[in-house]
Write a protein that binds this ligand. Structure first.
Ligand code: ZN
Length: 413
């Protein structure tokens, strides 16, 4: 011992330092309640590693900001151990984030509260216009209408697009299944539309599968995973994402995990990237419908058509054979990713989730047979569990400044 007081001991005697520590704990505390990891004030106290007085002050401040509710009377939660504690809930009438998603078959706007809760949603299925400004204008109008209807305060807006989004520019580099020009400045256009609609708060944009992975990590099938790999089909094509220690791994310029162009069938069909047999064209809804000998209908979403076919007609030999071919190709792709990334969990979305549900043993066997680490460890492969996970993830982008510093984000307006 050198006789100097430890920082913690120094703080106990100083009101100023205690307040500073409380302020610093607001964000972490909100994130714990947001992700369901602090159902009571006692758990919050333990998770934050602060005194009960500090945790009480932090919870009270978050309640004053309209973000959470602290039950006035402590009560033991069902099945909990130890003494009763105040229950913490997210405020049901609190602020929301405006989330928007554009995909090959249309767009959707939603209002999403803390906890990944979708408060209101408005689908807009139409041919997606070749001018991104038109589409983003429509989806923002739909979102603005939802805000008007509900009268909720908006913390900001997030947009999910079916394209890699280059950072720091916020441009959609390969919106191949939309008729948008490559490199369209989607974040800038989205932000302009948001502000033109009189909506407050910052505006963000990112790849739809990245956002799905982020949402699943915080609220769904990815909770608790340290190296979470997500692979999913959108309405067209295949995307991937990696969440490391709770943060999206996006690479040096936002373009990491472009898994759609892994070759899984060297003799396969030509891909728009110039190669052949990529996951993108061998394991997406169109590939499945074609393999099953179905003519993709012009008016229905390809994703929905493929999902319905597998769920309702799996006994049909043509459907089953096509599904097995896709499972084998997907398994090959996943095996390569397992060898490279060594994830502790894989989650599958879109059509891949339906394929997993249809024949989980087959997919797990292909991954185990074809991967080094899959053989030894057996990486858990699970289905995504959230409805509209890309939308929820888009909202997470808008919520992030609030999660980082609730006081600054909600009072600086
Ligand atoms: Zn390709």
């Amino acid at each position: 011992m050198n006789g100097k007081p430890t920082p913690r001991a120094a703080g106990e005697g100083s009101t100023r330092t205690r307040l500073d520590r409380g302020r610093g704990a607001l964000g972490p505390a909100l994130e714990l309640v947001h992700t369901g990891r602090a159902p009571t004030r006692a758990v919050l106290t333990a998770e934050l590693g602060v005194t009960r007085a500090t945790a009480g002050a932090v919870a009270a401040e978050l309640e004053a900001l309209g973000l959470i509710r602290v039950d006035a009377r402590p009560g033991a939660a069902a099945g909990s151990q130890g003494r009763p504690s105040h229950r913490l809930r997210l405020a049901e009438d609190g602020p929301v984030a405006l989330a928007a998603q554009v995909h090959a078959d249309g767009f959707r706007a939603a209002l999403v509260g803390l906890g990944g809760r979708i408060v209101a949603t408005a689908p807009g299925c139409e041919i997606v216009d070749a001018d991104p400004a038109k589409v983003l204008g429509s989806v923002v109008d739909a979102g603005a209408h939802l805000l008007q209807q509900t009268g909720r305060h908006c913390v900001g807006a997030g947009l999910a697009v079916p394209s890699a989004v280059a950072e720091p520019e916020g441009t959609a580099l390969n919106p191949l299944h939309l008729a948008w020009p490559a490199g369209a400045p989607v974040r800038e256009i989205f932000a302009e539309r948001i502000h033109a609609a009189g909506i407050t708060g910052p505006a963000f944009a990112a790849n739809d599968v990245n956002l799905a992975a982020l949402a699943e990590h915080r609220h769904g099938a990815g909770r608790g995973a340290r190296d979470l790999l997500c692979v999913a089909t959108g309405h067209r094509g295949v995307g991937g994402a990696l969440v490391l220690d709770g943060r999206l791994h996006t690479g040096s310029s936002g373009l990491a995990l472009e898994v759609g162009h892994l070759t899984v069938n060297p003799e396969g069909r030509p891909c728009h990237c110039g190669s052949r047999g990529c996951l993108d064209v061998e394991a997406d809804p169109l590939a499945f419908l074609t393999a099953a000998g179905r003519d993709p209908g012009p008016e229905v979403s390809l994703l929905q058509e493929a999902n319905d076919l597998i769920r309702d007609q799996y006994a049909d030999p043509a459907v089953r054979t096509a599904a097995e071919a896709l499972i084998d190709r997907l398994g090959l792709g996943l095996a390569g990713l397992v060898n490279i990334l060594n994830p502790d969990r894989i989650i599958l979305g879109g059509l891949h989730r339906t394929l997993l549900d249809a024949d989980p043993e087959r997919l797990r066997a292909v991954v185990a047979d074809r991967s080094l680490w899959g053989q030894s460890g057996g990486v858990p492969i699970l289905a995504c569990t959230l409805d509209h996970n890309s939308l929820v993830g888009a909202a997470e982008l808008a919520w992030q400044p609030v999660l980082d510093d609730p006081l600054a984000a909600l009072t600086a307006r």
